[in-house]
Design a protein. Structure first.
Length: 412
């Protein structure tokens, strides 16, 4: 059974979903009268497709709400205008959904994967992740993509019948393969290995076209919008980016069409045109790839042996040049480095304190599966503490640090 709307044969169709880890029966009271159907078909008959239900569960999760105060590049007090993990995720979802419709892919699945992809991020962006990875080096390490899997399969504890969000196989596949197929079994993280054992995610194959699209929408969003944040923060000026591929010609075209605009208008026009250029190239190259493949199903996409959704080789090269520029001039700018240094200290010192004095953890984090965290082995204790720190927003982490390390009254 396929969705009734006009999706391509190689799109992911909700009624054909491989299902969820925990079988659910919708509308039990109605089911008692008329015979309930479970799984993907029941989702569809209940008014939402399985992927729409996934999207809604992600949006209503506590982890998604916390993204509002988690850093993309800047920490929260650098200004309320700059992007957070939540605004970034929403922008990724919008780009992915629009492109999915253009390619006749399932926009609901693309949106669900896009909204979920950053749920496991720590406070303070990559600085927080680096600090937590260093703290966890002797306890199994830390990886934000694995943490996303932990969030959606275990750490969100809201539903009566199961832990996690119980997302569909297809959405979980897209989250797990955010960086592509996992071909080396030795590198598979424990949470991903456990999920694969339960749901057989075919780790060595590519993910669906929708998930591939969501992953590249992530690149489009941050490579475009980082110019907006960096120019507004005056980390660099227009003169420094005039020679960048794609960026330079756009700036020339803007001036030719509109003359000397104010910096704010010029920046916005740059960002929107950059997104259009990236999207147009990806759609053209992906359409050509799909036509060449003659795919008749979503599994044909997975078995293609290469990513089907892709930029042209020329655009991929330009994107690398832009990424290198942003790495040097934005992500490693001294203003960002100062906040990065502070963020590392906060995360590291919180971790060390909680490991040595577990009684300083909030009450709800002092028990794990019915056991006091203090009696757990070091590996298990460290994982619980990493889960707690990873769940923090930037300002909550700073407040916890202030409560625990700075003299003065204990803040509520």
């Amino acid at each position: 059974m396929r969705e009734t709307r006009d999706l391509a044969a190689y799109a992911s169709h909700g009624p054909q979903s491989r299902g969820r880890e925990h079988d659910e029966k919708r509308d039990r009271s109605a089911g008692a009268k008329s015979g309930a159907k479970s799984g993907a078909l029941a989702d569809t008959l209940a008014g939402r497709t399985p992927f729409q239900r996934d999207r809604d569960r992600i949006l209503h999760s506590g982890a998604f709400r916390r993204l509002k105060h988690k850093t993309q590049v800047f920490v929260y007090h650098e200004g309320d205008y700059f992007r957070t993990r939540m605004t970034h995720s929403i922008e990724v979802a919008q780009i992915a959904r629009s492109m999915a419709r253009a390619l006749r892919l399932n926009d609901d699945l693309a949106e669900a994967v896009a909204l979920a992809h950053d749920l496991g991020h720590t406070p303070f962006g990559h600085a927080g992740e680096d600090a937590l990875q260093a703290a966890m080096i002797d306890f199994g390490g830390f990886d934000h993509n694995e943490q996303t899997v932990r969030v959606v399969t275990a750490l969100e504890q809201r539903y009566a019948a199961f832990d996690g969000l119980n997302l569909t196989w297809e959405t979980l596949e897209g989250v797990v393969k955010h960086n592509g197929p996992i071909t080396d079994r030795a590198t598979v993280r424990p949470a991903i290995a456990a999920l694969d054992a339960s749901m057989r995610l075919d780790l060595g194959t590519h993910c669906s076209a929708e998930a591939q699209l969501a992953n590249l929408s992530d690149d489009i969003a941050y490579l475009s919008h980082d110019f907006d944040d960096a120019l507004r923060a005056e980390l660099f000026g227009f003169d420094m980016i005039a020679d960048l591929p794609q960026v330079g010609p756009i700036l020339v075209a803007i001036e030719a069409a509109h003359g000397q605009l104010s910096p704010g208008r010029r920046t916005h026009e740059l960002v929107r045109r950059l997104i259009s250029v990236f999207v147009s190239d990806l759609l053209a190259q992906s359409s050509a790839n799909l036509e060449r493949l003659h795919a008749g199903s979503a599994d044909d996409i997975r078995g293609a042996g290469e990513a089907v959704i892709a930029f042209s080789p020329e655009m991929a090269g330009d994107l690398e040049t832009i990424r290198d520029f942003l790495f040097t001039n934005m992500w490693r700018h001294y203003k960002v480095n100062r906040m990065t240094s502070k963020a590392r200290r906060v995360v590291t010192e919180l971790f060390d304190l909680f490991m040595s004095e577990t009684n300083t953890l909030p009450s709800e984090w002092q028990l794990h599966d019915g056991q006091a965290i203090g009696v757990l082995d070091e590996m298990s204790r460290a994982r619980v503490i990493a889960d707690y720190i990873a769940s923090m927003t930037d300002r909550y982490a700073m407040l916890e640090y202030q409560r625990l390390f700075e003299p003065g009254p204990i803040l509520r």
